[in-house]
Design a protein around this ligand. Structure first.
Ligand code: HEC
Length: 151
């Protein structure tokens, strides 16, 4: 059931993107803006996982997945690099693996998979000519938001 829902949301993302036409790599809706969303959601995801807040962590890993899919489907090429295919091959599996361990409430595995996720970000920056952008684990909570679990 859950898997079917995800498949439906993927189809929704794909249809929305197709309706909007090809996404350009630059501009406010472009790759840098999507990357910024990835970074913010990854940071919030880290804080939710650290707080062992399953509901919130699941929410942010899902946001991360949506942006990942939007890049994978919507941006074929950027600066001559096959950004869509790279995102599909390098990032999507890491996001999905983390989603599964969060869903299972397996926090130790989720910690390890989060670290792996950031490695995927940086590995792709390296092969896509942006190795100078190095994502590091976040320190502290700069957001006006409480990440602690309610129960
Ligand atoms: C396709 C491989 C690829 C993957 C996977 C990828 N990036 Fe990027 N990223 C890029 C490229 C290319 C740029 C440069 C975009 C530009 O020139 O506008 C970039 C730029 C960025 C920037 C600079 C924009 C800003 O707002 O400061 C950040 C931050 C960033 N990525 C974070 C991430 C994070 C976090 C992840 C993983 C969750 C990730 N990226 C995964 C290719 C990738």
């Amino acid at each position: 059931m859950q898997a079917a829902l995800f498949r439906i949301s993927w189809v929704f993302v794909a249809i929305t993107l197709l309706a909007a036409g090809p996404v350009r790599g630059d501009g406010p809706e472009g790759l840098a803006a999507l990357m910024h969303a990835l970074q913010t959601h990854a940071h919030k995801l880290q804080l939710s996982v650290a707080a062992r807040n399953r509901e919130l962590a699941y929410f942010y890993v899902h946001e991360l997945e949506e942006t990942t899919v939007a890049i994978a489907i919507g941006i074929e090429e950027y600066d001559g690099y096959p950004v869509g295919a790279l995102t599909r091959e390098m990032l999507l599996p890491a996001v999905e693996a983390l989603e599964a361990s969060i869903k299972a409430g397996d926090w130790e595995t989720s910690d390890a998979r989060f670290a792996k996720l950031l490695k995927s970000c940086n590995a792709c920056h390296l092969v896509a000519g942006h190795g100078f952008i190095r994502i590091a684990p976040a320190e502290g909570n700069p957001f006006a938001q409480d990440f602690s679990a309610r129960d």
